[in-house]
Every structure is written in structure tokens, then in C-alpha cells.
Design a protein around this ligand. Structure first.
Ligand code: MG
Length: 330
């Protein structure tokens, strides 16, 4: 039997984010606290993105309410798979909290906005030392964006890498035009060229063109990544661990199947992010640049944690940030 408690949070985003579903202005989530019989306390973060395909905040809260203030381990073990965010948080709260030193370093990909703004932002990010970039495409007309694409590539040093993210916005014909154009250019991969429902198109594109493709919206939870792997998906998986389920399950899947994975943020707070970065920098989840922004999404150091630069290392991981956030929510 464990003592269970939770608190909901709602934080405005310092800069609202443009998404396929309009402007995202605030982050809502839940912090959970578990205390076992020996008095060991752990915290975890539930950070859903319902429009991305996760459970809703209301559903997560309902589940937390059902747990009550005393909960059996079996009940925590048996949360249904579709509650990927709740499962991530419970595993985090039950796992080690000490934040033992993470020995590795990984580059971080800087985000370039859609449209012509990308070129000036790229110059600034290069000056700041970034060498991996992700550009949002599929927002304007293909012809216009292909011109911008050449402008961006002209600024890109030989050792830098560009990834494109279409967020499923293209149709087959538009995707084919882009993939053709990317074939002989320094593109690391293209994320979600067409919508998740277009499974045959995704598999066909991956087969027909040499550029690597990555699934993102298609693989919200680990179970979906496993299913695509079973279909013979030859490309990458963009995984937002905060949505995918327990970190240990993700780690196990990657190490046992050698899946090629990009680890990415779900705009979680320092609590969820520290656990994810700890796993990414301790093990061998990925060698690819992390999809984590600078970390200043809330404009509040307590919630943002350490600022992340062009290279993520142990200094980006907050040690036991749960307690401070828990108190801040009183
Ligand atoms: Mg994406």
C-alpha cells in the first residue's frame, strides 16, 4: 500500500506555440506524489497532449481520483495502456529519484519556425553553437517552401544537419515532390510527411525514396511504435517519452530491437523532462540530436529548470525537482 496524492497545474507558455490545432497557450498537467511504507517519496508528471492523441487531462484526473489517498501496487500496475501519460508519471514516481550522474552528452536540435523567419533564426542558432535543426514545413505552399528550403541549405555549414517536420500536412503528391528534392540534400530525416491514417502512403514513400522518414504523430504511445515496427517500418520513430508510457519500457524496447529513435519533448515541465534527459544521457536510447528546446517555455525557472544549450549534459538535469514544484502548487 502506498500513499498517493496529486495536484493539477496550469502554466501559461512564455511563447505560445503554433500547432496543427491552432495556438497552444498554456500547459496543463498533474504532478503525482507516491510515498511507500518506508517513507520513500517520489514524484512524477502527467503531461497530456489530447490533440496529439493522448488521454485528456480530465480522464487522467478521474483516474487519480479513483486511486484515492491509499493505493495498492496492483492498481498502479494495471493502468490501461491508452493512459500513456499517467503510466509515464506513475513509473517516474515509483522509480529512483536520486538523479545519479548521467555520463553522456547529446546534441540538441534547434527549432526553426515555418516560413521565411526560419532563415534569420537559423543564423542566430548557428552563432549560438547549434548544429542540428528542425524546420516546420507543410504550412505554406510547396513551391514557396521549396524556395525557402534552398535559402536555408545555403546557410547551413557542411557539418550541420537539417530535419524537416511536416506534421502530416502533405498529401501523397506534395510529399513525393519534397522527398524527391531532399534526395541529394543534407536532410537528416523528414518527420510525419503525411497524416497517421495514411499508413500505406507512409510505407510506400519510405520505400520509394532514399531520404529517411520518421513517424511522430503515428507513434504517440510505445504500443503504436511496436505496431509500426511489426509492419516493417524502415525509418525512425520520434518518441515523446512523457506520452509513451513508462521510461523503462521504452528503454527496454530500444535496447532489444535497436529501434532508431529521436527523443523529443512534449512541453513537459522540469520534472518530466529531467527524468527523460536522465534516461537519454545515461543509456543508449539514441545517438541523434534531442528534440528539446531551450527549456524556457514557461519563463519561470522553477518550472523550466536548467536552460538547455546546443549540447545536453548532466547540467541540464534538475536533481529531484518534484518537491519544489509540489510546494509551489500549495
Ligand atoms: Mg513532429
Amino acid at each position: 500500500m502506498q500513499q498517493f496524492a496529486y495536484k493539477s497545474y496550469r502554466r501559461p507558455l512564455h511563447t505560445s506555440l503554433r500547432t496543427a490545432h491552432g495556438r497552444w497557450r498554456e500547459r496543463e498537467g498533474i504532478i503525482v506524489r507516491l510515498e511507500d511504507e518506508s517513507g520513500r517519496v517520489g514524484f512524477g508528471e502527467i503531461a497530456p497532449i489530447p490533440w496529439f492523441g493522448t488521454e485528456t487531462l480530465v480522464e487522467a484526473e478521474e483516474l487519480c481520483r479513483k486511486f484515492g489517498d491509499k493505493v495498492e501496487a496492483a492498481m498502479l500496475d494495471n493502468v490501461p495502456e491508452r493512459f500513456g501519460c499517467v503510466r509515464f508519471a506513475l513509473a517516474q514516481a515509483r522509480g529512483p529519484q536520486d538523479g545519479s550522474a548521467a555520463p553522456n552528452r547529446l546534441p540538441v536540435a534547434a527549432l526553426l519556425p515555418a516560413g521565411h523567419e526560419a532563415v534569420s533564426i537559423l543564423k542566430g542558432k548557428l552563432e549560438a553553437g547549434f548544429l542540428a535543426f528542425k524546420w516546420k514545413v507543410g504550412v505554406g505552399a510547396v513551391d514557396d517552401e521549396l524556395v525557402l528550403f534552398d535559402d536555408l541549405l545555403a546557410e547551413l555549414p557542411a557539418h550541420a544537419k537539417l530535419r524537416l517536420d511536416a506534421n502530416g500536412a502533405w498529401n501523397h503528391r506534395q510529399a513525393a515532390r519534397w522527398l524527391e528534392r531532399c534526395a541529394d540534400r543534407p536532410v537528416e530525416f523528414i518527420e510525419q510527411p503525411v497524416a497517421p491514417a495514411e499508413e500505406d502512403t507512409l510505407l510506400g514513400l519510405a520505400e520509394d525514396f532514399p531520404v529517411l522518414l520518421a513517424l511522430d504523430e503515428s507513434v504517440v504511445r510505445l504500443a503504436e511504435a511496436r505496431r509500426w515496427q511489426g509492419l516493417g517500418w524502415p525509418g525512425l520513430f520520434v518518441i515523446k517519452p512523457a506520452l509513451a508510457g513508462p521510461l523503462a519500457e521504452l528503454t527496454e524496447w530500444i535496447s532489444s530491437t535497436k529501434a532508431d529513435v529521436v527523443i523529443s519533448s512534449a512541453i513537459e515541465t522540469v520534472l518530466g523532462r529531467s527524468a527523460i534527459l536522465h534516461a537519454a544521457l545515461s543509456g543508449t536510447l539514441t545517438q541523434r540530436a534531442l528534440g528539446f528546446g531551450p527549456g524556457a517555455v514557461f519563463g519561470d525557472r522553477r518550472w523550466d529548470g536548467p536552460v538547455i544549450g546546443p549540447v545536453a549534459d548532466a547540467s541540464c538535469i534538475a536533481v529531484n525537482p518534484g518537491e519544489e514544484l509540489w510546494i509551489a502548487l500549495n
